[in-house]
Design a protein around this ligand. Structure first.
Ligand code: SF4
Length: 649
């Protein structure tokens, strides 16, 4: 059956001839039955598999529920979108084939997706379904929107950090449908750029299993001062109720209410307040009362409310204290997690991982390539050291930690002229506004001929820079978690990819074995595990204590989030965004003999947070290890070593 897209694009509310959709969440079929009768135009929910709400038992829809829900909604002239929006494990790929074919049969009005494996599967299975880019794709520039449109995406849920002004501009440049969060639970981290739950617990937020370490009660330490902050990363809930006219004016097509884990009555009331407000505005924009039900929304709130990034950076006013730490937001009444130490490396664990790799490789005959070493650096001194040490690949980080400055044009020219046998790869920032893409384009127009490649961080950069005839290497920010996604990125133009830092052992093995794209794994360092627009340094304006004495390693010049279970360095980059690092270094050094048998091509040291001397030590021991000279003990430069997500395999 061919899908009639004119029919699908018909929405029920219009203002100035433009459709407006109020999109409601439903966690269960019972909740759906209440919601669908409420004043919404569309409902979204997940099935039993492959979505972002995989923790709670009893939630999500069976295939029968999905069929029934679509029938009921369509009879009422409303739409249904299904969330297929987590990252897929290797096993999930098989599940996904059957599930996507089922969804294609029952014809919801769209699928909300994150993993590019879905785009690959949609081609292979000839799916005839509109595809929407989830907020977990962190869409934040026009090149991303254009790239996704070319690949069949008909709607994007924009990054939560986009302002209405930015959206208004974007809508003048594209006819892509735009969905924006309007009410509900928020993340402090950029969509898809929060890896800590996956590393710490093996419960990946990008796979729908977040245990919310952002809501721990951290203190902050900097320059010998302790700041007794309360829950400094716990954000308020979004509430745009009093700004619906501004959202309409920005050109937003779909107003998304978050809350698939909320109770029926709460969501039904909320939807009716919002639906009624939109209707009243359409009916009488001049006499419209924007506060009519606001008091009821405030009274029934769980957390305190905020407009988040809709009008620019909210700063500390975006932090919630109401009920924080009590679990009152959740129907279980419990908090998801409390400060937990990152797992230390044990001999048993190393032996078990080595055994698993050996068994796996005995059934997968490959000729392992010779591995080489790469280092991501954040300063000229580090870059010069890496050249001097003959490191094969040197990534110049696009995000540089203050007080260091970004690499200048002259720096890059110098390094490419003096690179010896190294390759100089220019890294891009994790988040790139259209202005940043333009600035990099201007730089590349002049320097592309001298560079050996680009380390790309988002799909927009692949779209914008694929014409430069430079090798494109995908950074870990792309969250490539399975071989289907790797294959799709290969078609987009990647020449190499970095494995997701949340990869558990079976997924790591299957991804690198089944993908024909060369791969790199981060073997050492402190990668960014939470990437924030929010400025944690704003907490340090008013000292509250002196001479804090603790038992943990603290580097005084760096801001640390402090808990009894560990201290987490936070750096601010040149764009004023914060990068939270884990307390222990990822260290796969003892696994190198086993990793040697795999067909990955490159081992990376994520080096930016080290002093040049520390980095020199690490380059030396990893270079020796490539030639099978292994050290018996290893210095650490943080609170210890961990295997990260591999600890949970
Ligand atoms: S830990 Fe990260 S992904 Fe999970 S809720 Fe917090 S910000 Fe979001």
């Amino acid at each position: 059956m061919t899908l009639d897209l004119t029919e699908v694009n018909k929405m029920s509310r219009y203002y100035n001839n433009k459709a407006i959709e109020l999109l409601a969440p439903a966690g269960t079929f019972d909740i759906f039955e209440g919601i669908i009768q409420a004043n919404c135009d569309a409902v979204y929910f997940g099935g039993q598999v492959l979505n972002m709400r995989m923790i709670r038992k009893g939630y999500n829809f069976s295939n029968d529920d999905i069929k029934k829900a679509i029938r009921i909604a369509h009879n009422l002239g409303k739409k249904v979108y299904i969330t297929v929006n987590n990252l897929f494990s290797h096993k999930d790929i098989h599940v996904a084939r059957d599930y996507l074919l089922f969804l294609n049969d029952v014809q919801p009005d769209g699928l909300i997706i994150q993993d590019l494996a879905v785009l690959q599967l949609a081609k292979e299975l000839s799916l005839n379904l509109p595809l929407h880019a989830s907020v977990m794709m962190n869409v934040h520039n026009l090149a991303m929107i254009d790239g996704l449109k070319e690949r069949g995406i008909s709607r994007v849920v924009l990054s939560r950090e986009m302002s209405l002004d930015q959206i208004k501009y974007i809508k003048t440049q594209t006819d892509m449908e735009i969905e924006y969060f309007t009410h509900g639970d928020m993340c402090i981290a950029h969509g898809s750029q929060c890896h800590y739950s996956g590393i710490l617990y093996g419960m990946s937020s990008n796979r729908g299993r977040c245990l919310k370490p952002c809501r721990w009660d951290y203190h902050i330490k900097k320059d010998g001062q302790l700041y007794k902050t309360k829950f400094p990363m716990a954000v308020k809930d979004m509430c745009m109720y009093t700004y619906l006219p501004e959202m309409i004016d920005a050109g937003i097509d779909s107003f998304k209410i978050e809350g698939r884990m909320r109770q029926k009555e709460f969501i039904v009331n909320l939807i009716n307040y919002y639906g009624d407000a939109i209707d009243r505005y359409i009916e009488d924009p001049i006499g419209y009362d924007r506060t009519k039900d606001y008091k009821k929304i405030v009274t029934s709130r769980k957390r305190d409310l905020s407009t988040n990034y809709a009008f620019g950076k909210p700063g500390l006013s975006n932090i919630n204290h109401r009920y924080e730490g009590t679990g009152k937001f959740y129907s279980t009444g419990k908090v998801f997690s409390s400060p937990t130490e990152e797992p230390v490396i044990t001999d048993n664990q190393l032996a078990s991982i080595a055994h698993t790799i050996n068994v796996y490789m005995s059934t997968h005959k490959i000729i392992p390539p010779v591995k080489h070493l790469s280092v991501k650096v954040g300063t000229m001194e580090q870059a010069k050291l890496a050249i001097e040490k003959g490191v094969k690949t040197i990534y110049l980080s696009g995000d540089v930690y203050q007080p260091y400055k970004p690499f200048t044009k002259e720096d890059i020219k110098y390094l490419t002229r003096h690179k010896g046998h190294s390759r100089i790869i220019l890294g891009l920032p994790k988040m790139m506004r259209d202005m940043d893409l333009l600035n990099y384009k201007n730089l590349l127009d002049e320097l592309a001929k001298d560079l050996d490649g680009l380390l790309v961080t988002n799909i927009g950069a692949i779209t914008a820079f694929s014409g430069y005839d430079l090798p494109l290497i995908g950074d870990y920010t792309l969250n490539i978690y399975n071989y289907k996604a790797a294959e799709y990125y290969k078609e987009l133009g990647l020449d190499q990819y970095t494995l997701s830092i949340e990869s558990k052992l079976p997924d790591l093995l299957n991804t690198i074995t089944h993908s024909s794209l060369p791969s790199e794994v981060i073997v050492h360092g402190l990668p960014c595990v939470m990437y924030l627009e929010h400025d944690l340094f704003a907490n340090t304006k008013h000292p509250t204590d002196n001479g804090y004495d603790d038992a943990y390693y603290i580097e005084d010049t760096v801001l640390h989030l402090v808990t009894p279970a560990g201290n987490y360095p936070v750096y601010k980059d040149q764009y004023e965004r914060c990068h939270m690092l884990p307390s222990k270094e990822i260290c796969l050094y003892s696994l190198l003999p086993s990793l040697d048998s795999l067909n990955m091509t490159s081992y990376r040291i994520e080096g930016m947070s080290y002093t040049t001397k520390q980095l020199e030590y690490l380059i030396d021991i990893y270079k020796k290890a490539l030639y099978h000279e292994t050290a018996t003990t290893l210095q650490h430069f943080s609170e210890g070593h961990t295997l990260g997500a591999l600890s949970h395999s």
